[in-house]
Structure formats: structure tokens, C-alpha cells
Design a protein around this ligand. Sequence first.
Ligand code: UDX
Length: 433
Amino acid sequence: MRLSVIGCGYLGAVHAAAMASIGHEVVGIDVDPHKIDALAHGRAPFFEPGLPEILAEGVASGRLTFTTDMAAAEGAKVHFVAVGTPQQERSHAADLTYVNAAIDALLPHLSPGDIVAGKSTVPVGTAASLTPRIESAGATLVWNPEFLREGWAVQDTIDPDRLVVGIPAGSDAADTLREVYHPAIAKSTPFIVTDLATAELVKVAANAFLATKISFINAMAEIAEVTGADVTQLAEAIGHDDRIGRKFLGAGIGFGGGCLPKDIRAFSARAEELGRGESVAFLREVDEINLRRRERAVQLVISGLGGSVYGKKVTVLGAAFKPHSDDIRDSPALDTAVRLHGLGAEVVVTDPEAIENARRIHPQLTYVDDRDTALAGAEAVLLVTEWDEYRRRMPASHVSTLTAGRVIVDGRNALDPAEWRGAGWAYFGMGRP
Ligand code: UDX
């Protein structure tokens, strides 16, 4: 099937390449010529495992093309809208500028019978308000939210755990979407057909739930900290209950990234507009608990260093908001580094993938590519992104040969306290004794 994908960021670039990899003829369209140039040459403009391979393969096969020219969308049966919906600068609400611009630019190129499939995360009600414009071109608007996780985006797109499509009453657009996702459909992946509002809500509800789960365990970490309990054992113990589940109970410096933080804020803002602010008032607490954990990690470094970080060399392991990503949007890891720098510490940041992005936004910090060089002479070490090269391939005995001090703050509860204490370190975890 011929498809267009409008917006080639983390979501759209992966979607375009994944759709080509399952046999479709896909054009990816974006207003950023640099991004398009890289993609058109089969190069991923960001780090995402598996993407370079399917991108290169798609471009070489001729089934996958990229352009800045919206006219290239003509002739596609389904047009996926995958542009960003960031947080507005002066409020918590979602900024729909890019969605509106994409729809306006696409309209003159639509043909009767086309399907426009929204993938961007939008406030509930957005699809209904966009529908008259799409229908004026004889096309149908559906909402097909995306649940991919960065780091697993290719796998999540080709083989998702469920597919959700919101369609207008009386439309048969769901059949076309079944054809688009034929390999997943053939594997009996749950395919949920619903109305537009439900499809929009499914996405924000899922992210609100995940954020709440993380803040729940981080709230337990706060209680553990004043009682001497161990939140990692608590998570394991409650996680054995199927109804609770062990996933997303990792206590630490909390969630960040391009989705969870802005999505829960936009959800609260939308609920307020709908007169139902109280229904999701707890999301404000979820946000606050989350932000408190970053400060907690900073406080642990301060107390580990005897009350002040001023003039002390602190090595921060990680800048990306999570491992397997170079994304630093709302990264709790980078935020802790910035806070320590603000307190006068000599901060050295290292990360396997995210340094370039971090340097662009926070040029005031010192960045070092090589982990061991970054650790040299450190008086304290703060682990904030649990890359394998910090959690698995960084023996305490080895780090002891590099650093000046023996203070480690484990912002992701990724290390074995016994190993570090055994090597003579003062180990501080999050919600662990
Ligand atoms: C999330 C959703 O998982 C995905 O379904 C949606 O489509 C987009 O938003 P992503 O932003 O890629 O995906 O990251 P995710 O894996 O959900 O992690 C989000 C943040 O939570 C990270 O900063 C991570 O470090 C943190 N996290 C995750 C925890 O602090 N504890 C956990 O137990 C799990």
C-alpha cells in the first residue's frame, strides 16, 4: 500500500521505516531539510537500535523515500500524522501548532477516499475538531495512537502488543488499517476499533498510568528512606502479585523523556478545560513526587561529600532520559547534573549516546566520551542512566583505581550495594538503607 508519514522525528521516522520493512511503499515528509537529507541517505538522525538497518534497507529497495515536499503525499492511501505535540511554553497544555500546520499543508494534496491517521499524542477532542477540514477534502480522519518505547521503537512498531484505531461512525477505515498492519494482524495482535475520543484517551490514559506507577514506587521510596526499609525488595515483593506486576516499579530519579512528563501535564490541562480537573488532580502529585526524586539524588551527593559539593569533582554517569536512547528531553539524569553544577560542583558528564544532544542544550557542563576518563579523579560518582556499561560492566574494584573519592549515589538502584560497600565505598541508593 502507498503510505505517507508526515513528521519524521522519533515516532515518524521509525513508523515510515517500519512500514516499508513490512512491504509498503512509504514517503516520509518533514519540514526539516537536515533530517530529511540524513534519512534519504539511509542514515538515522537519532540513536534507535535497529533503525539504521531497516532504514538503509528501505531506502536501497526504493520503497522508502523522504522529502520536504508535501506534494509527495499525493497518491498515498493512508497519511500518518506523526508530528510532535510538545508542552506549550507558558502552560501545561499541549502545543498543537505542528498538528495544525501538518493538516493545513496536507489538505491540498488529499484525494477523496484517502485516510488521514493521526498518530501524535493529542488532547482528547482534537480529532473531532480536525474532522471537518479532512472531510472537506473527501477524506476520512481516524486516530491510531502509538505506544512505542524509545529504545524498542522498531520492535514495538512492527510487533506491537495491541493496535488501537478510533474511527468515525459508519466508516470502514478500520479494514484499511488492518491491511496496513497485516503482519501483526496475522499474529492475532489485539486490534481495538473504537471512536475517536476513546482512541485519543487510550494513549494519554496509558501514559498517565505508567507515570503513576513509577511515582507510586518512588513515593514508597520516600517512606522507605525514613523507616530503613528497602524499596527494591518491596517492589519485588508486591510485583509478584499478577494484579500489580513487577514492571515499571523501578524506584530512582524518576521518569522523563519526550512523552510521560508532558503527557500527564497536558492531560491535566485538558481535564481542567473539560471541567473535570479534579478527576486527574492526582497527576499533579505524580509530577511532584517525580521531580522531588531528582532533588533527593542531589541531596545524597551533597551529604555524601560532607555537606557541600562546591568545588568538588562529581562524575555523572548518564545524560539520556533512559538507556538505549540519545534523547535528553526532560531528562532527570541531565537535570541532576545541571543542579549539581548550579551548586558549584565541577561536574563531568558521560553517556554512550547522548553527549552531543546534551552539549547543545547545556554547554556549561563538561562532557567526556570515555567512561573511565570521566571517572578519573572524581570525588563522588552519580549514576543516573542505567546503561549496561555502568550497571553491569563497571566493577567497583575497577572504579576504585580511577577515582579520588569513594562516594557513589545510585540514582537508578542499578548497582549491588554489597559489592560497592565491600570495595570500601559509601553507597547511597534511592529508597534503600
Ligand atoms: C513512554 C511509554 O512507555 C510509551 O508506551 C509511550 O508511547 C511513550 O512514552 P518512553 O518515553 O520511550 O515511552 O520511555 P519509558 O520506557 O516509558 O520510560 C519513561 C521514563 O520512566 C524513563 O525516564 C525511565 O527511566 C523511567 N522509568 C521507567 C522509571 O523511572 N522507573 C521504571 O520502573 C520504568
